[in-house]
Design a binder for this molecule. Sequence first.
Ligand code: FRU
Length: 484
Amino acid sequence: MSENDQLLRLWARETVDKYHETVQQDPYRLHYHLMPPVGLLNDPNGLIQFKGVYHVFYQWNPFETAHGAKFWGHYTSTDLLQWREEPIALAPSEWYDKNGCYSGSAVEWEGRMYLFYTGNVKQADGTRETYQCLAVSEDGIQFEKVGPILNHPEGYTAHFRDPKVWRQGDCWFMVLGAQTTEEQGAVALFRSKDLFEWEEAGRIAGSGLNGLGDFGYMWECPDLIHLNGQDILLVSPQGLEARGYEFQNLFQSGYFAGKFDGERLIYEHGPFTELDRGFDLYAPQTFIDEKGRTILFGWMGMTDEAEQHQPTLASHWVHALTMPRELHFENGQLSQRPMDEMKRLRKNKVQTELAIGDEELSFPQIAGKSTELIVELLELQGSSFTITFRNNAELRYDAERSEVTLERKSVRTGETESRTCIVPSLSKIHAFLDHSSLEIFLNGGKEVFTARYFPEPMDEDITFSGEAVVRLEKWDLRGFVVDR
Ligand code: FRU
């Protein structure tokens, strides 16, 4: 490890220690979500189950609640509930990654863990360079940097990053998020026999390909996965114009379903579908665990104009990861469901079946800020049904229009902002509330709303209105245990 690397690690540790108590005492601290020990977290990286242990790495600026030269922070777990804060995996210490060890992925091969990431370099004259880099580990904790492993191909700007690697047949493949020299978003494919030498294998998706028109100026964090007979490309395009209820956030995350031909190096796919209908999901990544489950973590945040208004900045941290979700592909559609493991956080079950009227109704026993709530709509007599979360956010089903809307108070303006999606027939609302987050799964995860929200810390009210007969189930949720 270079001297510079050691210094950066030391400073980062000092910053963590300095603000540890401040972060712990923040009423908006999340209890069952991975968040940075201090500073800014963004994308999940290097997700893998390695020798039985789950590894979650993440983009991390320990020094500021702003973007900058990113480190790879690192958590491990054997059950997705009890976590350990591990030593920093990668620090931006070398000439090829000095302005950030940007996003990437992990694979296991012959007992070693291989991390692929993007070295971000900004020269004094403002020009940018990117290097796709490799780091190798025997134990999954200490990493040795190998350095850049592929040549920047022609036809792309320096916005070329986020390698996601997988094995298919006897070949390794890598997809990269890219911008073409015509400033169009794209996914570039590479392949390798040995993980060290990579050859370019063409452009498999992007603006102007597969019947897509203009589809953004940059695509970030591609992830090509095989699920239930489909090859699904998850990707986060930048530069899409809002269209009706779609593409309302500054940047998008979504997927294409199709067929990847690893011989002909072609990917044919259908239309783009947004992964989330809320405000705060970006740069998700997936991995397959030893039980064969495809698990997704996303960044529960966004680099938008609200980022620097998040109330947690005062406590020296910002953003978190979503809870882990299991992915399924059914009836031509991706669904996301809470992992079974989450059930082990439940305590104090309350269950009731009742008729709700037009008046807002609340129940002392159905309240909370670290809470799981399942609402089954058994009968809807009126045209709408509404749940209000801690007087700060509201989920409304308009049955006549077949629309579900999530509203929250903007951290920037204090005004109400909303996101809406079409749900033909809403039967089940499964909501997870953490101290400053909401993840709401509709109809078995066919649609999901993810949002940060910042209610008054003492407010625990959950209220219901709209003429309906409902079955309610509610639990208080214990937090993750995070050892240092
Ligand atoms: C996505 C992203 C990636 C990049 C990383 C830098 O949020 O912009 O494309 O690798 O964040 O932190």
